[in-house]
Ligand binder design. Structure first.
Ligand SMILES: Cc1cc2nc3c(=O)[nH]c(=O)nc-3n(C[C@H](O)[C@H](O)[C@H](O)COP(=O)(O)O)c2cc1C
Length: 342
């Protein structure tokens, strides 16, 4: 619910000399989950052009039971994008009550008269500036095989202004296929340049949303995940590891501070942390954290995980892909860790 975090813009990245910090401890937070019914079958694909986003991306999402919200959050750990939440004007409606009566009648109204504005439920005002974006990625639930009504309202209002933009579609359902949601999107954004594949994430797969969205995005935008990755050599206990930083303001800012030696403290048998390194913050809730995750906690604490964790909010700085020997190298106590450009 708290994802109206329009992307932070830092002016330049501070060119800092080698830096050593010493550190201290702290706590964290949590969230819920959901999923629901079923009606139809499978999806089709309508191949068009591959993605070539060179400019800015907007992720726009609507969610009733938090699945789309979690999917959008997961995607945003992989890409830099602005974020927009679509919210129904009428608050507190339970679309699932009485065998989905409200959701069902909203969808029926649109089906019966899709060209009339009065068929679409009112949504809260949004600050959508289409000219700012080359790519719009829509994250929406499926309702009765169609696109959820509030997202249809958003697209009914703004779809024409997305002409010529690259459009990505991520749909979550309990089990129904998403082909009719794709048709809704194409009806509502008639001049959109749709990616060749939409991503379908069942409610039961939301826990894997980070991997699913990253794999889909990298397939759709093959030129995005190429060469000039920021690779960092991390040395501790006489052993070195390679981390790749996020292509985000946080990753870039960390890159700009290197080389850096941090005196990191031990916590919980799975992480080393160090306060005193301030970086741009765009926190997301992580259900699961893996060994090798390099995270920013509380905007000024670098955390390097060497064991599984989760249930707190962080901003990702980067990740060590090969963590073999990481736990042994970091040891069981406080440790000095050197970060340098590779
Ligand atoms: C009104 C309504 C209708 C739904 N209809 C279907 C359906 O026809 N088929 C299906 O597989 N799931 C259906 N669902 C379940 C949602 O698509 C699914 O739980 C989705 O992951 C919810 O996303 P959200 O948590 O972002 O709202 C429906 C949910 C609601 C609220």
């Amino acid at each position: 619910m708290n994802m109206k975090l329009l992307q932070l813009f830092l002016t330049g990245w501070a060119a800092l000399a080698p830096f050593t910090a010493s550190c201290s401890a702290e706590p964290k937070a949590g969230t819920p989950d959901a999923g629901k019914p079923d009606v139809t079958e499978t999806g089709d694909e309508t191949p068009q052009t591959p993605g070539t986003t060179g400019g800015k991306t907007l992720v726009v999402w609507y969610s009733f039971t938090h699945n789309s919200e979690k999917i959008a959050s997961a995607l945003l750990t992989h890409i830099s994008a602005d974020v927009l939440e679509v919210e129904p004007a009428e608050e507190g409606l339970d679309y699932a009550a009485n065998n989905y009566a409200i959701g069902s009648s909203l969808i029926a109204a649109i089906r019966n008269n899709p060209s009339s504005a009065s068929s679409y439920p009112t949504i809260k005002a949004v600050d959508f500036q289409p000219d700012n974006y080359d790519t719009v990625i829509i994250v929406t639930p499926l309702w009765w095989s169609q696109m959820a009504a509030p997202m249809q309202s958003f697209l009914f209002k703004y779809g024409a202004s997305m002409a010529g933009k690259t459009i990505g579609l991520i749909v979550t359902s309990a089990s129904s296929g998403i082909s009719d949601v794709e048709k809704d999107a194409k009806r509502l954004i008639p001049q959109g340049k749709f990616l060749p594949e939409s991503l379908w994430i069942r409610s039961s797969q939301v826990g894997s949303a980070a991997q699913l969205t990253a794999a889909w995005y990298d397939k759709m935008f093959p030129t995005q995940n190429e060469t000039n990755a920021m690779k960092v050599k991390i040395t501790a206990g006489g052993k070195s590891f390679t981390a790749e930083l996020e292509d985000s303001e946080t990753g870039k800012s960390f890159w700009g501070k290197l080389p850096l030696t941090l005196e990191m403290s031990e916590l919980n048998g799975n992480e080393k942390y160090c306060y005193g390194v301030s970086l741009p913050r765009k926190d997301l809730f992580y259900d699961t954290i893996a060994a090798g995750d390099l995270m920013l906690y509380s905007g000024n604490c670098v955390v390097l995980f060497y064991g599984a964790a989760g249930g707190y909010s962080y901003t990702r700085i980067g990740k060590i892909a090969n963590v073999t020997g990481l736990a042994a190298a970091l040891g069981t106590g406080d440790v000095s860790v050197k970060f340098e450009k590779q």
